[in-house]
Design a protein around this ligand. Sequence first.
Ligand SMILES: NC(=O)c1ccc[n+]([C@@H]2O[C@H](COP(=O)([O-])OP(=O)(O)OC[C@H]3O[C@@H](n4cnc5c(N)ncnc54)[C@H](O)[C@@H]3O)[C@@H](O)[C@H]2O)c1
Length: 312
Amino acid sequence: MSGYDKVKSQQKSAEEHYQNTVARIQQIQSQFNDSPGSGKLKGKVAVVTGVGSLKGIGRAAAILFAREGATHLYLIDYDGTNLPNLKSTIESKYPQVKVTTIQADAANEAAISGVCELALKEAGRLDVFFANAGLASMDPLHDTTVETFMNIMRVNALSCFLAVKHASTAMMKTNSSRGKDKSGGSIILTASTAGIRSGAGTVDYSAAKAAVNSIAKTSAYQLQKTDIRVNTICPGLIETGMTGATFDYARKRGTAGKIGQLNPLGRYGVAEEIANAALFLASDDSSYVNGQNIAVDGGLSASHPVVPGRWA
Ligand SMILES: NC(=O)c1ccc[n+]([C@@H]2O[C@H](COP(=O)([O-])OP(=O)(O)OC[C@H]3O[C@@H](n4cnc5c(N)ncnc54)[C@H](O)[C@@H]3O)[C@@H](O)[C@H]2O)c1
């Protein structure tokens, strides 16, 4: 049997593979929910944007940062609906963590400079800024208006520029009474695999995410010798509020087993898996990781399209 045929014969049925995916995701989520945490962010003060969606990456990251011992979290979304729920969820599970929720636009300069100043005033320091708020668009090239293009750039890219500009200013401030004797911090931006290659988003969204990837590289360069690191996470297909309609539609049609088949793991991801990457970048575990665009995508951006059972 050729290597090709051997791989093909070892393929699981689509249904069996989907059942494995569901079980794997349940395992990942229960590990996330049940872990006691290990103090990776002990003493740190963090801002997270785009936390309002119940299944979103920002909410998962905020809960994880609390589990890992952050002292004060500043949590922003322009939609205030789920902010009280997030605050009470964190405060009931991790009562030692202070939570401030703010309904604001992550692409508004006054809001972003304001939250950084507030963190310095109230908590005495700023250590982590996870600029995660983002918005996808749907229109094909010839239907994309100037307004849509500019709004997608504003929400996705300008928000990250403002985060780097104002968070880095705050992170340079020292305060020995709060245990911060030197400049330092970690700025994490949510980009996308769409910002690395084509095929994962619209022209405007992909351009905005490519800009985010560039912002991390250039600002890491400009922030040299400050011990402030700037990196992006490039998620692949993650089941969140942003992609929920696609998942619901596939499940209704009975084609859920096809979701995420284009990457080598052959499955979609969940918000907790991106939050884990954000924790790595936020913590000192990544102390020498700087200016990088880190794909968390099941191997999607590393691979040519995967055709089940085929190598070529
Ligand atoms: N879900 C995916 O497959 C995927 C893939 C790649 C990248 N991303 C990126 O991940 C990030 C998080 O998205 P998600 O998947 O959790 O989606 P989501 O829609 O579940 O959450 C995004 C949150 O951002 C908030 N938001 C949007 N614009 C905002 C603004 N201007 N100011 C403040 N808050 C704002 C929304 O209200 C929402 O709560 C986004 O930057 C998105 O582009 C997602």
